[in-house]
Design a binder for this molecule. Sequence first.
Ligand SMILES: [Zn+2]
Length: 159
Amino acid sequence: MSVRAWTMSLEDREKLIKAAFEAKEGNYSPYSKFPVGAALLAADGTIVKGANIENASYGGTICAERTAIVKAVSDGIRKFVGLAVTTNVKSAISPCGLCRQVLREFCALDMPILLVPGDYPQPEEPKPGYSEGGVRETTMGELLPDSFGPEHLELPRRS
Ligand SMILES: [Zn+2]
């Protein structure tokens, strides 16, 4: 695991993990039967929750991570300092590619992301790369390396 400066306190970590589990309760996933909960911690301390919302027209499905960020941004919250995601699977599940790009628009590359197993806290010693309770701690930049973001649209261009 790479060395990084964590900006999230243990208290925020626990609050965010708890919120991700609460968020999952809002899932509407009759097709995949794969509930997901996401909780975003805003810079002002607000926690915004999202669940996956599926649709009979499958392409209309929205993941938990995008539900959370769209809720936050449309309420004027645009600066985030952490994200936790959980499912009912007994391992840490990562956001899909589409969610990674949408999160990238508003989240710094070094923003901590907690991938929380559905049976958190796991009692055994964490495997390498995992932390207490079986949580995989990563960042936006690790999940989406060499990404395209808003700053690239500010670069000088050929006329
Ligand atoms: Zn997704």
